[in-house]
Design a binder for this molecule. Structure first.
Ligand code: UTP
Length: 294
């Protein structure tokens, strides 16, 4: 099996109920963080990691995502005729840089199901899954960090982060054994089990699974044989648990800061911190925040 990850799946067919009413008629993935839609951060991370093909799983009401990554002749023409070359470059770069395929998930039957519908497009090779809501700021792209682990181990890898004990009940937690990796003994774990949203006193660890995965193609048969849960949804974690019966699965404590931009408070934190890190906006925005004297 080749150890190169060339494709990244972006499930974006969820209903975004946590962000209503903003998401009633527009996809959550298109909400802007500073000046870029949420999904563009994930796509840029994939590109910076060396992934060539982006597969976006869409659903009803998500055409704005397709338009965003497509050529916009009218806009380009107008920018060109107004001599706005920097803006023109930015808009062109978006449609030129990436090869995107779209596939529809006709009903929102869960994250596992969204990944399963990409089976034909991914075919028989390892691939990444990026949940665009999880926006990650890091020196080295998070996906690239996971790809390094995949290239060394040849097995599926989930990104995890340490969370304070009481917060673990909002995530999936892993139970795992540390495995030495590049001289460290507390970054890579071989996963023994995963527990969805455990009460803090029942959590096997405080290592929370976040929205970046490298998966081996065997995940598709595992998902196909996974029964939907009580809400009729096929969960990705249930599929991964099946995969673990056949093959090792690793968890990697990535370096970086993750924001849950699909949640209102997380979105606000991401907006403030990403704006503060921007060279063009950061200094003025910092002064403004200081002037609030909270
Ligand atoms: P979330 O759990 O964030 O669900 O899905 P959601 O519907 O997007 O948002 P809320 O919780 O109602 O506010 C995690 C990821 O899985 C995708 C979502 O688009 C998101 O990227 N997803 C979820 C699908 O593509 N299809 C589904 O059926 C469910």
């Amino acid at each position: 099996m080749q150890r190169v990850v060339r494709k990244a799946v972006f499930p974006a067919a969820g209903l975004g109920t946590r962000f209503l009413p903003a998401t009633k008629a527009q996809p959550k993935e298109m909400l802007p963080l500073v000046d870029k839609p949420i999904i563009q951060y994930g796509v840029e991370e994939a590109l910076a990691s060396g992934v060539e093909n982006i597969i976006i799983v869409t659903g009803r009401g998500k055409t704005a995502i397709e338009d965003h990554f497509d050529v916009s002749f009218e806009l380009e023409h107008q920018l060109e005729s107004q001599g706005k070359t920097a803006e023109l470059e930015m808009v062109r770069r978006l449609s030129e840089l990436i090869h995107v395929s779209y596939i529809r998930q006709k009903e929102a039957l869960g994250l596992g199901h969204a990944v399963l519908v990409t089976k034909e497009l991914v075919a028989d090779e390892p691939f990444a899954v990026v949940l665009a809501d999880d926006v990650i700021w890091s020196h080295r792209p998070c996906l690239r960090q996971l790809m390094d682990v995949y290239e060394q181990t040849g097995h599926s890898v989930l990104a995890v982060m340490e969370v304070p004990g009481e917060n673990i009940s909002s995530y999936g937690a892993i139970a795992g054994e540390p495995v030495p990796f590049n001289g460290s003994t507390d970054v890579l774990y071989r996963v023994d089990d995963m527990v969805e949203k455990p009460p803090p006193d029942k959590a096997p660890s405080n290592l929370a699974i976040i929205g970046r995965y490298i998966l081996e193609p065997e995940i598709f048969s595992c998902l196909a044989s996974t029964q939907p849960g009580s809400l009729g949804e096929i969960q990705l974690t249930d599929g991964i648990r099946r995969l673990m019966e056949q093959r090792p699965v690793y968890a990697y404590r990535f370096e970086g800061v993750r924001y849950d931009a699909g949640d209102k408070l997380g979105f606000l934190k991401a907006t403030v911190e990403l704006a503060l890190r921007r060279e063009d906006l950061g200094p003025a925005f910092r002064n403004y925040l200081k002037s609030l004297q909270l």
